[in-house]
Design a protein around this ligand. Structure first.
Ligand code: SAM
Length: 542
């Protein structure tokens, strides 16, 4: 048995794995690098004065020296430069920032981190516009692509490394171990970044993913190795390019840059560098940010084998080295975690943190379905929903299991055969949008429940997923098929391409229904809405 399996191999997963190896642990890692670009495009900024409010970054005095010595050690180990020290000029973006700073700078806590621009020898600031501000000491950036490639190549040699996707349904947690794909371990660490919003164990926690666009430019302007931050950052890199960024977008949770965000950065560049720059690259990643801006780490309250190490937002390079070390000591040597980073800080707010939309949908449907009923699973996928529907209708009932994928129909058939329930089910390898053309006429208008679980087939081809147009057609067809008192349920997902748009269309359609005939409900994650899956139910009253 391994000591741990780490799910997710971005910055958090790789640095945690590196730490576990240093403590002599035997580990496996599961990661598909194509799934998320966040760690690969991160600017890696180390800056103790954070954001527009100019607050001192949380625990900067502990995190920054620890991180620096960790990066120095990695540099020696792989003979590669990782941490690039830089001067940093923090310029005021507006009067409010200047006034705020006049107050803040009196606080002695800031003293070790700040100075005047003149004192630190930051000479002329090479950009146009207001140049008032202050200098920040001990700043720099981590070359995240190099860091990741060093750590990863070591991990590929010294751990069992699976370069593939994982599905939460395939991870089993028992009292004595965790298991994935035949591999057993004592602990499962979840470091999957913003995908935690889909994780049945952690989706109830206040993750607030934010897309960021970051660009690389070339310019003849001499920045003399000084980072400039004036709302956006300009980071002179070791390869003579500059990083510019970053935008924040909480609505478009995908790794692709969008026009609006690019225009935002271009405006900034035009305003401050005129036309003396060119794009070298434009990239985007989704940061695993959280509502309170602090990480989410520690053991799950329902199983100490399920551990989160996530939620570092854009501060991963500063925070991860120290917190990875602390987490390993917490798990194996009983050290206390920092309360501000620990999962347990949400305990009172989140008594039911394991929000599973599918379970909520099942509960609602089972309140309606009785033995002998006719029901329909409109997206049978791997057959999980078909099984409970088949149990609910009993020997005298009937289930129609629909899916456009042969693989899904076969997986469902196999699951039902295993449970000896297959004779209650009619398998239909068709598109649900045409369900009125293949559900027998005698059953139409007599169906007690129609269940949709949208999105793609877990463990299957992710390029095949439900589409808003066919979903809406299927919903219209379903209303004709439901009997009086019957229920239609949908589980909606927001994290995959097109998911949010599909969910929005379904929500719009729900509002368009005749309220006298249909009672509807949209049930969202009570702790965190955003991209956590939600459930819509529609009951036909008359
Ligand atoms: N309920 C399933 C379970 O319990 O395992 C999971 C369903 S999965 C999230 C979504 C399924 O919808 C996929 O298997 C996919 O093939 C199917 N699907 C996508 N478009 C469809 C369509 N037009 N008609 C029927 N099924 C469709």
């Amino acid at each position: 048995m391994k000591d741990a399996i780490i799910f997710g191999g971005g910055m958090a997963g790789c640095m945690l794995a590196d730490k576990l190896l240093a403590y002599g642990k035997e580990i496996a890692i599961v990661d598909n690098p194509a799934r998320s670009r966040c760690s690969r495009v991160a600017a890696g900024l180390i800056n103790p004065i954070a954001g527009s409010r100019l607050n001192l970054a949380w625990m900067a005095e502990t995190f920054i020296p620890f991180a620096e010595s960790y990066y120095r050690e990695v540099e020696e180990r792989y003979d590669q430069k990782i941490f690039h020290e830089r001067d940093l000029a923090r310029l005021f973006a507006n009067d409010a920032e200047r006034e705020n700073w006049e107050q803040k700078k009196q606080d002695v806590k800031y003293r070790q981190w700040i100075d005047t621009l003149e004192n630190t020898g930051i000479g002329s600031i090479p950009i146009s516009g207001g140049k008032e501000g202050f200098a920040v000491r001990k700043a720099g950036y981590v070359d995240t692509p190099t860091l990741l490639s060093c750590l990863r190549s070591n991990l590929e040699k010294n751990t069992e490394f699976f370069e593939e996707d994982f599905e939460y349904d395939d991870i089993s947690i028992t009292e004595n171990h965790v298991e994935w794909s035949g591999l057993k371990a004592k602990i499962a660490f979840f470091c999957e970044g913003h995908f935690a919003t889909q994780n049945p164990w952690f989706s109830g926690y206040p993750f607030k993913p934010a897309k960021g666009i970051i660009g690389r430019i070339t310019t003849d302007i001499d920045f003399s190795n000084t980072i400039i931050i004036k709302r956006y950052f300009l980071i002179p890199r070791h390869d003579a390019t500059l990083y510019v960024g970053a935008t924040y977008n909480w609505n478009d949770i995908v790794d692709q840059p969008d026009e609006e965000g690019i225009a935002e950065l271009e405006n900034f560049l035009r305003q401050h560098l005129g036309s003396k720059w060119n794009w070298d690259a434009i990239d985007a990643g989704v940061r695993p940010a959280t509502a309170g801006g602090k990480p989410i780490i520690g053991k799950h309250s329902q199983s100490e084998r399920v551990v989160a190490f996530n939620g570092f937002g854009s501060k991963g390079c500063m925070q991860i080295p120290y917190l990875a070390d602390l987490l390993v000591k917490h798990i194996w040597s009983d050290h206390d975690l920092l309360r501000d980073a620990s999962l347990s800080r949400f305990a009172s707010k989140s008594p039911e943190s394991r929000w599973r939309a599918v379970e909520v949908a099942r509960e609602r449907v089972l309140q309606v379905v009785k033995e002998g009923d006719i029901v329909c699973d409109a997206t049978c996928g791997n057959g999980h929903d078909t099984v409970w529907l088949a149990k609910a209708v009993g020997k005298g009932g009937k289930v129609y299991a629909i899916d456009i994928q042969t693989d899904a129909i076969e997986a469902t058939r196999a699951r039902l055969e295993k449970e000896n329930l297959n004779h209650r089910v009619t398998f239909l390898g068709r598109g649900h949008e045409n369900l009125t053309s293949f559900i027998p006429i005698k059953d139409q208008g007599n169906v007690a429940a129609i269940v949709f679980n949208l999105g793609y087939l877990p463990g299957g081809d992710k390029s095949i997923f439900t589409q808003k147009k066919t979903t809406l057609a299927a919903l219209e067809a379903s209303l004709l098929t439901l009997k009086e008192g019957g229920i239609l349920s949908l589980v909606l997902y927001y994290g995959h391409k097109g998911g949010s748009e599909e969910a929005k269309e379904v929500e719009r359609w729900r509002h368009s229904l005749d309220r006298d005939r249909f009672k509807t409900e949209h049930i969202k994650n009570p702790v965190r809405e955003g991209t956590s899956p939600s459930v819509i139910t529609i009951k036909r009253v008359i």
